[in-house]
Design a protein around this ligand. Structure first.
Ligand SMILES: Cc1ncc(C[n+]2csc(CCOP(=O)(O)OP(=O)(O)O)c2C)c(N)n1
Ligand code: SF4
Ligand code: SF4
Length: 1307
């Protein structure tokens, strides 16, 4: 083991500094890397000029001009002046060029492309000018289909238009993409290439989406790095006008879009000459536009006589694209000095093995090429830049004549195809041009952002050298079903330059680690001669999840688009992660480890870390440091914000730059970030930096410590997972899949453990045990009045009432205090009551503490109560559920029902989850949920965490997510399927009864069931009787008779006996915008479905963009200047447009009873029901955080900002000659009171505009006030006009399900 005392970073200077008490100077071990020698005689890059065909198309596409002379032999002129260098991510790099080159943009959020839309919206709102001197006009549309339509229209009008999207969004654009290409209109669409939703949704990167549009006729240009994202964006914009072919410019989602790297920025000023060159083509584009001054018609319908020829007429334009792209590449190179080609070859000039690849993976392959050639092999790589139009000639020109074996790497999968798309293109080129090679194989890698590393790339080249190479292989996963995988060796020593420092940070979402690391990248990259790269990986939790930051720093450019594999520095910012995850697995021997913990000695470390970590310390001999960041932050007044402390410690220990230079830069960045908040905050952060350096503690690990010790106690994945979950005997799926995934080791799972089709079992969050609360509520039995409101408001189902007999309590832990149950009559006599918290599942949001009307809950630090309350919770879980003793449809009674949605991954205090939790308490055992994509599909369905669970009989919500845009139709389809199956079941029951088959009990039970089968409250009991009778006398085997067949049918479909309760759930972005057309259609059908809109008044899941529910004056993303139009009145529109729909507007945190009533009534209504639920969200920025969101919710209702009402439609028929019945509207928030401005000033989304532009805010708030009063008057009138009918109240009238009709406003 090497232990030379030299810095792990690029700075060789000692990091000695005044005032680091107790710190032994850092002396990280050296990297075990050697500088890469150049392959003798081989240039670093090798490109073969291709021969243009020379033919000029007859029907006049613009000819390619003469290539610009290439002053340096490589086609690239040196840049005129030193370009500005800056750390940016791929999205920003692209958006800068898109903004500079376009006048109009239509946008819609989708991860990971959203930041590009946000950037252009922001720049436009600041009045930034593009190269044409115009401020871009930016409009958010209702969906990507809408974006594509608007794009087409603006283009047809002659505008310069761009947009940004990926994945499902790109799929929605396909119809218009055909149109735009068919009409030969120049445009650029920037795509962060992302996976598609198939067996599961994935927001991560691969090429499935772009491959799904390769047939639309758009040119497709691929960027392989952050630098290229900028350069290819520009090349696309410049070429499209000449070519009259629209361009998709794409790069890898997350890997490139979200990687921060130091690049050479193109100054929009310096491209003006290039723009001047294409001005005639831009003018042509405008002249071709639809214009009554010189009209023409387009978009005609054509018959068999001419349609075909019309398509072929465009050929010359598409044929000309490759030359035009190359020409633009050359022109751009003359300005930037960076020369690209349609296919760039790198590697040995006489390579016998060549890989063809596209995207960031090619950068990884390039490091393998360097490594292998250095070992004396002859390998090469062709990087595909222009994918469409495919230019076989240019590919062949780039391919070394010596190549005998070729592998094509695709980052996509096409089930059932003869090969993935890039492979097919290369194959056809090879075959049609009769290229004499021995082997051509294809492989897949990197789907859904699976890491692709240099060692895997080496495996690809090794495969090619084998006597019979694997074809259609995968790399990066273990395919133990088809055995198609290649096995990679150890990671390479020389994949990054020797001078590079690699760092890995383990943080918790919202603890500031990621933000601090982004700042560190900026600080270091700004340093002369330094390069920096940052990549950040998150888990699926909305908050409190794990983040890992992968940072690299060095003196040479960093081309390493993969995770850090051997870290010189590891920061463990949450000490519990040492137990939960294998945090040190990627540590380089002798590297630096910093743990955020108050431990001061090796003994203390030993006492707290698991055996596995001790073994790693013994084996890897890190330089180990601890810091009590929480203590430091508290002392300087920063409370729980430990990020500045950890960042200062990082600069002190990592050695990436001398500490005496780093500290002033860090302080400068503090000043920049916090000066708006005042000197006090700035000084507190300064103090945190200074104190951090003083409080670092070096833990000396003696030579030979624990070496040679028995490692049988080594904790493996499963054991660690058991530790996390607290489970004692993990069942198969949990053990094999869920637990390794929870331990962040899903990457190691083989194909065979997954259920094909992507299904996951219920209730897995119950074993997750995140333990993220700093303090949890403890119950005061003397003060409690047993209202159950705390449980009612808890978003996480982490506090629940217990009911037990004295006998059941005999084995209770000592701390399990109870009191006699209050009320409930004889049925409850003798029962004891308790309110129990689950300390591992509570998020510490304090909603329950603030909601308790009796002050019977107080937050206590988790370490004080953990042991006792864990034992209490475990005991509580063993008590019988006693929901049946209570009336469900009450606030108190609902909380005695076991929630069948628990411990979701939502943010602390989320306002969406309590609604869904309550639904499961009311109807969970018979619910089917169609869930739109959005926060509710992420906290509700991020594998392996499934919060939907089952009751003691195994019944519980069946949950599915189709797509964001089609959820209403999906839920409607479920209902139609259910309806058809139940109709067949009813028909069979009728036959069985009529033909007197089966036992007498069965026939009686069936007869009864037929009476009540559509009544949700009664069908369950009748179903149980049918099932019992069937069990008692099974169906006869003879299915040849009608009666026998009917009985067999009933026996085979008992799961349809109880009435399914179909719920269509989603956010306002879905309901008001992208899914509205579907929703509207479902209203029109009158079918028995229930719709719940979780209305956060913005697109929460993608970071808070504007929806049509966003109110006037709110500053959200895509409305940087404040929303200037009123929100859509979904409830009023529905009541007026579809009066037979049940409609309720509710706010759980403001009126508990009303929401229970509304849900009960909605479910009982036999037609369509709509509940619009006000859902406080962290992104609204309530004053005091989510723990105080209840105050905001109450003010929202009091001021009329959020009205409460319930509308019951009239009966569907009425007696001739009587009055036509009307629906009944109950306005539950009758009077407006309170001060609207006081409410608005509590919420950052409104307050932000008041701070920025008081006059604009006053005006918009005034308009908002007016609209609230107008709506209130309107609702009052609607309520007064609606007369209660004797038979009104669909619930009572239709099925007697126990729900009272809403009272009329007058009653
Ligand atoms: C076609 C398509 N476009 C965009 C997205 C990205 N996307 C996923 S969720 C979401 C926002 C959801 O907002 P909302 O419906 O209000 O629900 P919330 O997150 O607020 O609960 C968006 C834009 C997508 N999944 N599919
Ligand atoms: S603090 Fe929040 S998560 Fe914990 S029990 Fe209370 S409401 Fe539930
Ligand atoms: S709705 Fe808001 S609070 Fe709830 S999970 Fe989404 S972002 Fe978090």
């Amino acid at each position: 083991m090497l232990l030379r005392p030299q810095p792990c970073g690029v700075s060789a200077r000692p990091r000695a500094r005044q005032g680091i008490a107790q710190v032994v100077r850092v002396a990280p071990a050296p990297r075990r890397r050697r500088a890469l020698p150049r392959t003798p005689g081989a240039p670093a890059r090798y490109y073969r000029e291709d021969k243009a065909s020379g033919a000029t198309p007859a029907n006049q596409p613009p000819p390619a001009s003469q290539p610009t002379p290439s002053p340096n032999g490589d086609g690239a002129a040196p840049p005129k002046r030193a370009p500005k260098e800056a750390p940016v991510d791929g999205n920003e790099a692209t958006a800068r060029m898109a903004y500079a080159m376009s006048d109009v943009s239509f946008i819609y959020p989708i991860t990971p492309a959203t930041p590009m839309g946000e950037a252009v919206d922001q720049w436009a709102s600041e009045g930034r000018k593009n190269v044409f001197g115009n401020v871009m006009q930016v409009t958010e549309m209702e969906s990507e289909a809408g974006v594509a339509g608007a794009l087409h229209g603006a283009l047809a009008a002659g505008a310069l238009v761009t947009t940004f999207t990926c994945s499902q969004g790109l799929l929605l654009m396909i119809p218009n993409m055909y149109k735009i290409a068919g009409e030969l209109i120049p445009a650029v669409l920037h795509v962060t290439a992302r996976a598609l939703a198939g067996h599961a949704l994935s927001i991560f990167g691969d090429h499935q989406d772009v491959m799904a549009v390769r047939q639309t006729g758009w040119a497709m240009l691929c960027s392989h790095s952050v630098q290229e994202a900028q350069d290819m964006a520009l090349i696309s914009h410049l070429t499209t006008f000449k070519a009259r072919v629209p361009f998709v410019h794409f790069f890898d989602g997350f890997r490139t879009s979200h990687e921060i790297n130091k690049i050479k920025l193109i100054d929009p000023e310096e491209i003006k000459p290039l723009v001047a060159e294409i001005t005639p083509y831009i003018d042509d584009h405008r002249r071709r536009a639809l214009n009554p001054a010189h009209p023409h018609q387009r978009g005609t319908a054509q018959g068999p006589d001419v349609y075909f020829q019309g398509i072929e007429a465009a050929n010359p334009f598409h044929d000309a694209v490759p030359e035009l792209v190359q020409e633009t590449m050359d022109r751009v190179a003359s300005v930037t000095g960076r020369q690209y080609h349609l296919f760039d070859y790198v590697g040995h000039p006489e390579a016998d093995r060549v890989v063809v690849a596209m995207g960031s993976g090619s950068e990884v392959l390039e490091s393998a090429v360097a490594h292998l050639n250095k070992l004396g092999q002859k390998v090469g790589l062709i990087k595909v830049r222009l994918f469409r139009p495919w230019s076989a000639e240019h590919l062949l020109a780039a391919l070394p004549k010596t190549a005998k074996r070729i592998t094509v790497m695709d980052r996509t999968k096409e089930h059932g195809s003869g090969g993935e798309p890039l492979l097919l293109d290369v194959s056809s080129t090879i075959q049609r041009h009769k290229v004499p090679i021995e082997v051509l194989v294809g492989g897949r890698y990197g789907l859904g952002s699976k890491d692709f590393t240099p060692a895997m790339a080496v495996a690809v080249y090794d495969n090619m050298a084998a006597p019979s190479p694997k074809d259609s292989f995968v790399v990066g996963i273990i395919d133990d079903v088809g055995f198609s995988h290649l096995t990679a060796g150890p990671e390479l020593d020389d994949a990054v330059p020797d001078s590079t420092t690699e760092c890995l940070f383990w943080g918790m979402g919202s603890d500031g680690t990621v933000g601090a690391n982004k700042e560190a990248v900026k600080i270091i990259a700004a340093h002369d001669g330094m390069h920096a790269q940052g990549y950040f990986a998150y888990d699926a939790h909305k908050s409190g999840g794990v983040t890992t930051s992968h940072l690299r720093f060095g003196r040479e450019p960093i081309k390493a688009p993969y995770l850090v594999a051997t870290a010189d520095y590891i920061g463990v910012h949450q000490p519990q992660y040492l137990i939960k995850y294998d945090t040190l697995e990627r540590l380089r021997p002798g590297g630096v480890v910093l743990i955020n913990a108050p431990w001061k000695s090796l003994e203390e470390v030993e006492a707290h870390v698991p055996e596995r970590v001790k073994q790693q310390i013994a084996r890897l001999r890190p330089q180990l440091y601890c810091i009590d960041a929480a203590g430091v932050a508290k002392d300087v007044g920063l409370g729980r914000r430990t990020n500045m402390v950890m960042q200062a410690a990082f600069f002190a220990l990592s050695g990436v730059m001398p500490i005496e230079q780093a500290i002033p830069l860090l302080k400068e960045s503090i000043k920049k970030a916090y000066s708006k908040k005042g000197d006090k905050i700035v000084n507190m952060n300064y103090a945190a930096v200074d104190a951090a350096l003083d409080k670092l503690v070096k833990i000396e690990v003696p030579q030979g410590w624990r070496m040679g010790e028995d490692s049988r106690s080594f904790v493996g994945t499963a054991e660690r997972a058991v530790h996390i979950t607290g489970a004692s005997s993990p069942a198969d799926f949990l053990h094999q899949v869920v637990m390794p995934m929870l331990a962040m080791e899903g990457d190691k799972l083989p194909v065979s453990v997954f259920a094909p089709g992507g299904t996951f079992p219920p209730g897995t969050t119950a074993v997750e045990k995140r333990t993220i609360a700093a303090a949890v509520p403890i119950w005061d039995k003397a003060a409690c009045t047993q209202c159950n409101i705390c449980a009612f408001v808890c978003p996480h189902a982490a506090i629940r009432p217990a009911l037990a007999t004295p006998e059941e309590l005999s084995g209770a832990p000592a701390g399990f205090g109870t009191v006699p149950i209050k009320g409930g009559g004889p049925a409850l006599a003798g029962f004891q009551y308790r309110m129990q918290v689950s300390p591992h599942d509570c998020t510490g949001c304090e909603l329950c503490v603030n909601a308790c009307p009796d002050d019977a809950l107080a937050s206590k630090p988790i370490e004080q109560i953990m042991a006792g309350e864990t034992a209490n919770w475990d005991f509580f879980k063993g008590l019988p559920a006693r929901g049946e003793l209570f009336e469900k449809a009450t606030v108190r009674g609902s909380q005695f029902q076991t929630p069948l949605m628990e411990f979701s991954g939502a943010c602390e205090g989320c306002g969406e989850t309590p609604y869904v939790k309550l639904l499961t308490q009311l109807f969970g055992r018979r619910m089917v949920v169609a869930n739109a994509t959005g926060c509710s599909s992420i906290w509700g369905g991020s594998a392996p965490a499934n919060p939907y669970s089952v009751d003691a009989t195994g019944h519980g919500p069946a949950w599915a997510n189709s797509l964001f845009e089609d959820n209403a139709q999906f839920g409607f389809g479920i209902q139609m399927g259910v309806k058809q199956r139940r109709a067949a079941l009813a028909a069979a029951a009728e036959v069985a009864v009529a033909q007197s088959v089966g036992s007498e009990e069965l026939r009686a039970a069936l007869g009864e069931w037929l009476q009540v089968k559509d009544n949700g409250a009664l069908a369950g009991a009748a179903a149980a009787r049918v099932e019992a009778a069937l069990k008692a006398s099974p169906a006869p085997a003879d299915v040849s008779t009608a009666g026998g067949a009917a009985l067999a049918h009933i026996a085979g479909n008992t799961d349809m006996l109880d009435k399914p309760s179909v719920w269509i759930v989603g956010g306002d972005g879905w309901a008001y915008d992208i899914g509205y057309a579907g929703l509207d259609h479902v209203f029109s059908t009158g079918e028995d479905v229930n719709i719940l809109i979780l209305d956060t008044e913005e697109y929460s899941n993608t970071g808070g963009q504007k929806s049509k529910s966003t109110p006037l004056g709110a500053v959200v993303k895509f409305a940087a200047g404040g929303k200037s139009r009123p929100k859509k009145e979904m409830g009023i529109m529905t009541m007026e447009g579809y009066p037979d729909t049940y409609v309720a507007s509710v706010c759980l945190e403001a009126n508990y009873n009303q929401v229970v009533k509304a849900m009960t009534e909605a479910e009982a209504h036999p037609g369509v029901s709509l509940i619009i639920a006000y859902a406080p969200c962290a992104l609204q920025g309530p004053d005091g955080g989510m723990s105080k969101s209840q105050t905001d919710a109450k003010m929202a209702v009091d001021t009329g900002y959020w009205p409460l009402y319930r509308y019951a439609p009239p009966p569907r028929t009425h007696e001739p000659g009587t009055d036509i019945p009307r629906g009944v509207l109950a306005l539950d928030s009758k009077k407006l009171k309170g001060d609207l401005e006081a409410f608005l000033s509590r919420e950052n989304r409104f307050a932000i505009l008041s701070r920025k532009d008081k006059d604009a805010a006053d005006e918009l708030h005034h308009q908002l006030d007016d609209s609230i009063h107008l709506r209130h008057e309107r609702l009052k009138k609607m309520a007064a006009d609606s007369k209660p009918q004797p038979s009104a109240g669909p619930a009572a009238a239709a099925n007697g399900d126990g729900a009272a009709p809403p009272p009329a406003a007058s009653s």
